[in-house]
Design a protein around this ligand. Structure first.
Ligand code: F6R
Length: 605
């Protein structure tokens, strides 16, 4: 949440920072701002998405070779010009940008106001810049004041500060929120992730929690919060930079839906070994695996939906007890965890605060942790004991799509691997399952044949106020995911249920205005789902069925999907529900890649 960026070097800072915050816009887009130093501190900020704000105020008028920038997702204080970052000290000499939350800001603010500081925003961030100013007024240098401030604030923060009186330095800190330095020739870049940096340099330094650094154009000195010097390795990014563009697609979300045959391939490439799966970075030895009595899967949102299916895989394929937990709830229930448990954390961004807290909880209780993460080098990827990278490529659309199917692919492989090692899955069955997986990308392509039908359905139902999604077993989490996608990007209220649960309450909602999307492949529960559909039809609900069954009619609409094994069906059946949400949102003229109130990385609790 919130993207921060900074530059110090020989070039004009504003164009670089503007490009950076645009590339970080997936992290939040309710307001933005840039400040540069060129003898004096100048800044521009405004409310709205970056392109719109830039058109109004022209960020490129800001001059100077050092600057900071921010794109915001509001926590404290509504989206507004005054709450947009950067924030400034009373005398206007110091400017800061911040991503995270200062939890003790209210207490600090009271003390600062008593001391004569004047606050201009409702943000938690502003206390930081006044604290620095206060400590400088007491005789500290900027570095001392910055370091002392970090001891006074609590919470999650990535901060960049600059001081008019020190025009050749940036001050940065990382505590729970991500921050990366990019090391160029006589220039240093700072950003919330490597995405914008990688176009300028392949040398990056991932700051770790508690790191604070004084950065000049050709040097950076990193200390920890106890002010002891620390060395952080330079990571060399791989040469094959992925182009971040929509190509011929109107939205990143649509492009990412269509990328799924390829992203799934990348999730299994190099991980199939005749009759077993293989992994490079799992860091679990055979004895560890044989001892596993229970797997706990956790994540948030779409990643949590993938966990639900992963739980089914692990019980059915590996025959290990599985439990699925919302990461945001996990630590608060003081979970009973033991050394024979394994925690698997799913995350696209690798920086979701609740998922990080779940890992910390498990680690404190001595449990091994595995991360299934998309973003390489992200905080979760670095804190788990082992993991599987999804290699889905950058997911820019705020609504997650390709990561969901890549997560399922990785979980399927992992379940095969665990099942083979603990002796619960035969060679023959594993071979057959791996073969099915290799054929899956072509099956995904077949789902795209239904796109014209899906567009027609979207056109017919886009004015609906509510929608219900039903599915059973492996397709119940797909129902949840379909409802989430629709809510997120079209703002239609939608709920997902196990189809048989409908009669226990939600059936009261059904009338002729209620579209009910039923995920109903011909699996072992097919006839039961058909009965659930009849219950909807008898109450005049409109039934849209996603099915493999060629012969069925009597529904209001049918979306055909190809036949695959039951295990792989959710990877197929989710594609039409992603597309349906997309085309409904398009009919409603919604901002599909930047839905209101959302941000792609949720780095606050
Ligand atoms: C939904 C969506 C969110 C994320 C959730 C977890 O489309 O994108 O629900 O799935 O915020 O994020 P990650 O996977 O980055 O931990």
């Amino acid at each position: 949440m919130c993207g921060i960026a900074a530059y110090i070097g020989q070039k004009e800072a504003a164009p670089i920072i503007l490009d950076f915050i645009k590339k970080l816009e997936y992290r939040g887009y309710d307001s933005c701002g840039i400040a540069t130093l060129n003898g004096s501190l100048t800044y521009k900020k405004g409310t709205g998405k970056i392109d719109d704000v830039d058109q109004k105020i022209n960020f490129l008028n800001l001059k100077g070779n050092i600057g900071i920038g921010h794109t915001r997702w509001a926590t404290h204080g509504e989206p507004s010009d005054k709450n947009a970052h950067p924030h400034f000290s009373c005398e206007g000499n110091i400017a800061i940008v911040h991503n995270g939350i200062i939890e003790n800001s209210e207490e600090l603010k009271k003390i600062l106001i008593k001391g004569g500081h004047e606050f201009r925003s409702e943000t938690d961030t502003e206390v930081v810049v006044h604290l620095i100013e206060d400590l400088i007024n007491e005789g500290n240098t900027m570095e001392e004041a910055f370091a002392k401030t970090l001891k006074l604030i609590q919470g999650a923060f990535a901060i960049v500060a600059m001081n008019k009186n020190e025009p050749n330095r940036l001050y940065v800190v990382k505590q729970s929120s991500p921050l990366v330095l990019g090391v160029g020739d006589n220039e240093i870049f700072v950003a919330s992730d490597v995405l914008p940096i990688q176009l300028h340099t392949n040398k990056v330094v991932y700051l770790q929690d508690g790191d604070f650094a004084v950065v000049t154009n050709n040097d950076y000195k990193i200390k920890n919060l106890s002010e002891i010097k620390v060395n952080r390795e330079i990571t060399i990014l791989s040469e094959n930079l992925e182009e971040i563009s929509k190509g011929d697609f109107e939205h990143f979300m649509l492009k990412e839906i269509y990328e799924q045959p390829e992203s799934i391939k990348r999730a299994f490439k190099g991980r199939i070994d005749k009759d077993n799966a293989k992994f490079g970075g799992l860091n679990l030895n055979i004895d560890d695996i044989k001892k596993i009595k229970r797997v706990v899967l956790t994540g948030c949102g779409t990643s949590w939906h993938a966990c639900l299916i992963g739980g089914y895989y692990i019980e059915e394929i590996s025959k290990i007890a599985a439990q699925v937990e919302y990461a945001s709830e996990f630590r608060y229930k003081n979970p009973v965890l033991g050394k024979d448990d394994l925690l698997i954390v799913l995350s696209q961004s690798g920086e979701t605060a609740d998922s990080i807290a779940a890992i910390q909880e498990a680690k404190e209780k001595g449990v091994k942790t595995i991360g299934l993460v998309n973003v390489v080098g992200s905080p979760i990827a670095r804190m788990v004991d082992g993991g599987i990278y999804l290699h889905a490529g950058h997911e820019i659309g705020v609504a997650s799509t390709k990561t969901f199917t890549s997560h399922l692919t990785a979980l399927y492989l992992l379940s095969i691997y665990l099942g083979r090692i603990n002796g619960n899955l035969s060679k023959e069955k594993a071979k057959e399952m791996l073969n099915d997986l290799e054929n899956l990308p072509d099956k995904i392509k077949e789902t795209f044949n239904s796109v014209e039908e899906i567009k027609k359905i979207a056109n017919k139902y886009f004015k609906s106020k509510n929608a219900l999604y039903l599915g059973r077993h492996y397709n119940f989490p797909v129902a949840l995911e379909g409802a989430l996608k629709l809510k997120e990007i079209s703002y239609i209220h939608a709920e997902g249920y196990p189809a048989a649960e409908m009669k226990h309450g939600p059936i009261a909602l059904i009338d002729e205005n209620m579209p009910v999307i039923v995920i109903a492949p011909e699996d072992r529960l097919y006839s039961k789902v058909m009965s659930n559909i009849q219950e909807v039809k008898s109450r005049k609900g409109k039934v849209i069925v996603v099915t493999t069954d060629e012969s069925k009619n009597g529904f209001d609409e049918i979306i055909k999907i190809p036949k695959v094994s039951e295990f792989l069906m959710p990877i197929i059946s989710v594609v039409p529900v992603q597309l349906l949400a997309y085309y409904i949102a398009k009919e409603r003229n919604c901002d599909i890649d930047k839905p209101r109130n959302l941000a792609k990385s949720v780095t606050v609790e």
